[in-house]
Design a protein around this ligand. Structure first.
Ligand code: HEM
Length: 524
């Protein structure tokens, strides 16, 4: 008996045996599935590792290429994970509308769970009471169109953008960087009512490191039994990144606590609202009230983090893409400048009520959002076993809705890869009727359904404002005699699809110090 136990122990020590048993389990599980709905088509998985060899294809472009072979709903197996890519408007409607509740959880990697304090934020929280509460708070405390502070922040921020450009006339301006930095300031003011932008440079560096950390994968994400491999260095990097952000965010929280504003005040901001929740959940005794949601300082930190990440990268990158597309399409830039001159004249800058009178500006922004949605893959997770279009999607699967591919779907868009804002002009049969509210499944830059962007209005208006300021104020040229067709239009893949190279452009040189046609906001 002892001898056979010894043989069994020796037997199980052999890694090849484990590989064989895992393959067997994999095959049996695959077989069991055949009785019910099948998995959608996809590249053939290898035993145990599945389609891990395709892991570098999990980008908007890689998945769009795979969809050409396998169709609008495709299946990949990455270790223990089932991954589904949705690449047509029809399947997007099924996932984001018809079965919205079942697909409203969020997937998260080991890195994301750590960096969001265990999903204590809103963007990575699963669908549930906490997420609903946070979403309501954000919508009333920052994203509401009635909140004057928010719109003042947008107007002042992009006024500063025009002044900063005016000061640099005649030289090549790193427009991408300038737009991003000023957008951080806008979101700062909108969400945290602070004009104090001390340490903004330090913060931007933290943001960039954090952004790359959020995109990190660990082998344990796919094979939990390998979760220990290389964990020390990985954890150290995450701890350092989050530690730096913690310090920064804690400063914002402490300032708000000192200020002690009542959350019911009309000018109370998101942090005031979050602190009121915190006080309610943790009364003086320090105990949670029975009926209160569990809410801690980590939730406040994580929510602030969402705003800092959700805002600047999306709005900043959209504005940079819009300007880059117009530099490549000078006729569109001229048409927009003409519209701005007709509506605003040449002696004042754009204001919020003007935006509704500038249809071509709106088309430019919509067309940019269509071609370069800043969040190209919408990350969802199934909360239960589902059937989509006759195919099986098990509970806990990652569902990546490829907004980038859908926004260019050849079945829905004519010349989908061409920048042509006029397709959205009122009266144009092609796309005039498509709005950004999420009901048009061929046009999903803000997503759709309950996990869609809560800041759609703010985001769209902020981009419109910034583009209007830049196009109205200056007659842009590319640097060093570069031709429009030579401008690099490549993107990089992360949580957001930024331009691969920063956009440099030259505003015209001032002949005199008098305000001129090209610099209405002349700082001199
Ligand atoms: C042009 C600008 C923007 C675009 C295109 C955009 C797009 C999106 C998209 C596509 C999603 C995910 C939808 C889904 O998963 O189905 C999202 C979610 C989100 N966005 Fe935006 N966004 C923009 C601006 C902003 C701004 C300015 C903020 C905040 C200051 C923000 C905060 C958020 C948050 C917190 C979520 C997560 C919502 C949830 O999970 O419930 N976004 N956004």
């Amino acid at each position: 008996m002892a001898a056979s136990a010894k043989i069994a122990t020796e037997f199980l020590k052999d890694p090849l045996i484990w590989l064989f048993l895992a393959s067997l389990a994999f095959v049996i599980l695959q077989r069991r599935r055949l009785g019910s709905a099948p998995f959608p088509p996809g590249p053939k998985p290898l035993p145990v590792i599945g389609n891990m060899t395709l892991v570098d294809q999990l980008t908007h472009r890689g998945l769009a290429a795979l969809a050409k072979h396998y169709g609008g709903l495709l299946h990949l197996r990455l270790g223990r994970l089932h991954v589904f890519a949705v690449s047509t408007p029809e399947y997007a409607r099924e996932v984001l509308h018809v079965q919205d509740a079942a697909f409203s959880n969020r997937p998260a990697t080991i890195a994301v769970v750590y960096l969001t304090y265990g999903r204590s934020d809103m963007a990575f929280a699963h669908n549930g009471a906490y997420w609903r509460q946070m979403r309501k708070l954000c919508v009333t405390k920052i994203f509401s169109r009635r909140r004057a502070e928010t719109w003042l922040a947008v107007r002042d921020g992009y006024g500063a953008l025009a002044r900063a450009v005016g000061r640099r006339s005649g030289e090549a301006v790193n427009l991408g960087e300038l737009i991003f930095n000023l957008t951080v300031g806008v979101i700062f003011r909108a969400a945290f009512s602070t004009r104090d932008e001390d340490g903004l440079d330090e913060f931007i560096a933290i943001l960039q490191e954090f952004s790359s950390l959020l995109g990190l994968f660990h082998i344990g994400d796919f094979f939990p039994w390998l979760g220990w491999v290389g964990r020390r260095g990985f954890n150290r990097r995450l701890r350092t990144g989050r530690g730096a952000l913690d310090k920064f965010i804690d400063r914002i929280i402490d300032e708000h606590m000192r200020r002690g504003k009542n959350a019911a005040d009309p000018d109370a901001d998101l942090v005031d609202g979050l602190l009121a929740f915190l006080a309610e959940a943790n009364p003086i005794s320090g105990k949670h009230r029975e009926d209160a949601l569990r809410f801690t300082r980590d939730n406040v930190r994580a929510m602030i983090m969402d705003m800092l990440f959700g805002g600047p990268e999306t709005v900043g990158s959209m504005t940079e893409w819009a300007m880059a597309e117009m530099m490549r399409s000078p006729d569109d830039l001229r048409r927009l400048q003409q519209e701005l001159a007709n509506v605003l004249g040449l002696d004042r800058t754009v204001d919020e009520p003007d935006l509704d009178k500038l249809p071509f500006l709106r088309c430019v922004v919509k067309e940019t959002l269509r071609m370069h949605p800043p969040i190209p893959l919408l990350l969802h997770e199934s909360a239960k076993d589902c059937v989509v279009g006759g195919y099986f999607v098990p509970k806990g699967s990652r569902v990546l809705v490829n907004a980038w591919a859908i926004n260019r779907d050849p079945g829905a868009w004519k010349d989908g890869d061409t920048f042509r804002p006029s397709r959205f002009m009122p009266g144009e049969r092609e796309a005039a009727g498509l709005d950004l509210k999420g009901g048009c499944y061929e046009f999903l830059p803000f997503g759709s359904g309950r996990r869609s962007c809560p800041a759609q209005g703010l985001g769209q208006h902020a981009v419109e404002f910034a583009v209007a300021q830049l196009a109205h104020g200056f007659n842009w040229e590319l640097p060093d005699g570069m031709k429009p067709a030579e401008l690099d239009m490549g993107d990089i893949f992360g949580l957001t699809a930024l331009r691969a190279t920063r956009l440099y452009a030259v505003p015209p040189h001032h002949a005199s110090h008098a305000p001129c046609k090209y610099c209405l906001t002349c700082p001199m």
